[in-house]
Design a protein around this ligand. Structure first.
Ligand SMILES: [Zn+2]
Length: 150
């Protein structure tokens, strides 16, 4: 197993260094490579809730992907899937849908945090058991993917 050699992330001016995550140059190269494969460009890195986050975009639409910590293999496998999912979402092809009735009318409970720098709500976590408008009930889990190939 190859452990990632930790190198501190460059911090934004005024950012607190305490508890900052580490992201090696190797991981940054991997992030750029995998994002490029998925058709995304990496616009930078930030720190959110103690985790390194890659800011990615496609055709001017932006998203972010949390970078996991672990072995090189784990990080690659995890990020590859995440980048493909984000690329599909930014491309407008993929959506959340109900695995039971197929409805895309899905409402999640989520935890968001106000980010002063970007003046926007940052999604921290989407909770399980979303509400399906088609079923008029909560469902254990929503699926994510492409639906309706017309
Ligand atoms: Zn449903």
């Amino acid at each position: 197993m190859i452990r990632i050699n930790p190198v501190p992330l460059p911090l934004a001016p005024g950012a607190k260094a305490t508890g900052a995550p580490v992201l090696s140059e190797h991981v940054q190269r991997v992030v750029h490579f995998l994002a490029g494969q998925a058709g995304l460009s990496v616009d930078g890195f930030s720190i959110d809730g103690g985790h390194a986050v890659a800011k990615v975009s496609r055709d001017g639409r932006m998203s972010s992907v949390r970078i996991p910590r672990g072995t090189d293999h784990y990080v690659r496998a995890n990020l590859r899937g995440e980048f493909v999912r984000v690329a599909q979402a930014l491309n407008g092809r993929a959506t959340y849908y109900c695995p039971t009735c197929g409805s895309t009318d899905i409402t999640f409970d989520a935890q968001v945090r106000w980010d002063r720098e970007s003046s926007a709500l940052v999604l921290l976590e989407m909770l399980n058991s979303p509400w399906c408008g088609g079923c008029s009930d909560t469902i254990p889990e929503a699926s994510f993917g492409e639906v309706g190939h017309e």
